[in-house]
Design a binder for this molecule. Structure first.
Ligand code: HEC
Length: 240
């Protein structure tokens, strides 16, 4: 039956009277095939991107903790975390972190992300990452999710309210009145890294990242707005 319909559709298209829907069914087959072939490439690329993003978050946090202690760490996370995510979102590849118990509303998961978080929260899930596809052919998206677990060092700011330092806690409450991100124990699921990339448009960046490119190497030449602000900064620096 399926084959008959397929022949019928192909005949219609060949006769030049295929409607958009019929053409779409042909595209769908091709898209699914090439998408499957590219899944490994996109996954390798996303893993590289998350490694770089996670490293920079960790280096920034640890430097702040070592140099000035946890209260300063909160301020650094507050000002730098979203900036670091933006700096690691290259081209149309977007990286971020989300959590069911978010500290900042920017990190609130959408419905699809909530479903993946539930999969990671299931003790039967051994994988540390998952890959999903979404959207119609005209707006196909690749999604990569990697779990984030709580470690000892994280408890200073995400641990139990009974044991958390009071000054630090005040700092958190002032910065994040709606904070939900406490009460964790070591080994708990804290949230996940998310990478979203359009398909097939993201292929070029996927190839470079999968080949080990760094974000700095990939950063596109400054656009006019960025050039303007760089110039302004230089001018300001020179003037000051
Ligand atoms: C010095 C305090 C501090 C420490 C230590 C800390 N965090 Fe955070 N964390 C924060 C702050 C503040 C934010 C909110 C950042 C923002 O505004 O974007 C945050 C946000 C997050 C988020 C994003 C989700 C959300 O709740 O908004 C994750 C995931 C996360 N932290 C994981 C960790 C992990 C894992 C560790 C240990 C390796 C850790 N944190 C250690 C302060 C801390």
């Amino acid at each position: 039956m399926k084959t008959v319909t397929c022949f019928f559709l192909l005949a219609l298209i060949a006769a030049g009277c295929g409607s958009q829907n019929e053409e779409k069914s042909e595209t769908t087959d091709t898209t699914i095939q090439s998408q499957a072939a590219d899944e490994q490439l996109f996954t390798d690329a996303a893993r590289n991107l998350v490694a770089q993003y996670g490293n920079e978050l960790q280096t920034t946090l640890f430097a702040a903790l070592n140099d000035y202690g946890p209260s300063y760490g909160v301020r650094v996370c507050q000002t730098r975390a979203q900036e670091i995510a933006a700096a690691h979102s290259v081209g149309d590849w977007i990286v971020k972190r989300v959590s069911e118990k978010w500290r900042t509303i920017e990190d609130r998961p959408d419905t699809a992300e909530q479903r993946v978080l539930a999969v990671f929260a299931d003790p039967m899930t051994a994988d540390d990452y998952l890959v999903r596809w979404s959207g119609p052919d005209s707006a196909r998206m690749f999604h990569y999710y990697q779990k984030i677990l709580v470690r000892q060092v994280c408890l200073q700011c995400h641990g139990d309210l009974q044991t958390v330092d009071l000054d630090l806690w005040k700092e958190v409450k002032i910065a994040y009145p709606w904070d939900k991100a406490t009460g964790y124990k070591e080994g708990d699921l804290r949230g996940m890294f998310v990478v979203n990339a359009p398909y097939p448009q993201g292929q070029e960046i996927a190839r470079l990242l999968a080949d080990g490119a760094t974000v700095a190497e990939l950063a596109p030449p400054a656009d006019s707005a960025a050039v303007d602000s760089t110039l302004t900064d230089t001018v300001l620096e020179d003037t000051l």
